[in-house]
Design a protein around this ligand. Structure first.
Ligand code: SF4
Length: 219
């Protein structure tokens, strides 16, 4: 199958099955989304959504969180993964946003990556979700699913290479939505250890399924 045909098929599949895909993180402002995304590294959105209501009630914006110590933030987030480093990052992030950006989250990807605890993926999530830009954040789910389906070649070994390949081939106006499609597909169907190929609507075009699924057996 030609690459363009594969992309068209995948886009059509997700447009039909997930027309309103979006983030599962709960937030009210760009600052709160940034905090939630930082907390979600190596952690489930479900767990993050359990701790953020109390955290945001105590520190609802960058200015208020900038007044908090790492220890005070830690009290609210100790049940997420890597709570010590995340509380340290959030305290420093809130101070930088307050002191250098007047309390407003920068919208530029490079500026965002200056913030403590914010890498390229998190910056792209902010661009895509908080600021309505077209961007392709590549997390572990997007990375795995894109490779399995065959949207990117086996030579794509890093999230940045996968991002660049997806950006090259997907319609620009669908980039952010495609991020949600691939992420949610990876979270609920094409899971890391047990992809549900038998019930997946992409099995007839997916590189992984064509190689590993024989006679209707599960992967
Ligand atoms: S067919 Fe299997 S490997 Fe391919 S996308 Fe679907 S669940 Fe993932």
């Amino acid at each position: 199958m030609k690459k363009a045909d594969l992309y068209n098929r995948v886009v059509a599949h997700f447009q039909a099955t997930m027309p309103t895909a979006g983030t599962e993180l709960h937030y009210g402002t760009p600052f709160q989304l940034l905090v939630a995304v930082v907390l979600s590294a190596q952690c489930t959105d479900k767990r993050v959504n359990m701790v953020t209501p109390a955290l945001f009630a105590a520190y609802h914006d960058a200015e208020s969180m900038a007044q908090a110590t790492e220890g005070q933030i830690l009290e609210y987030i100790h049940s997420v993964s890597y709570p010590n480093s995340k509380s340290r990052h959030l305290a420093a992030l809130a101070r930088m946003v307050t002191e250098e950006y007047g309390g407003k989250i920068p919208t530029d990807i490079d500026e965002l990556q200056r913030l403590p605890g914010v890498g390229r993926k998190t910056a792209n999530v902010m661009a895509a979700v908080a600021f309505g830009q077209q961007a392709m954040p590549v997390d572990t789910h997007v990375f795995r699913v894109a490779a399995r389906i065959g949207l990117v070649p086996p030579s794509c070994k890093t999230p940045l290479q996968t991002e660049q390949e997806l950006v090259r081939h997907l319609p620009h106006h669908l980039l952010s939505q495609a991020h949600h499609w691939l992420l949610l597909h990876g979270r609920y169907v094409c899971t890391a250890r047990n992809p549900q190929c038998v019930s997946c609507g992409l099995a007839d075009v997916c590189r992984y399924a064509l190689k590993h699924v024989k006679g209707g057996d599960a992967c």
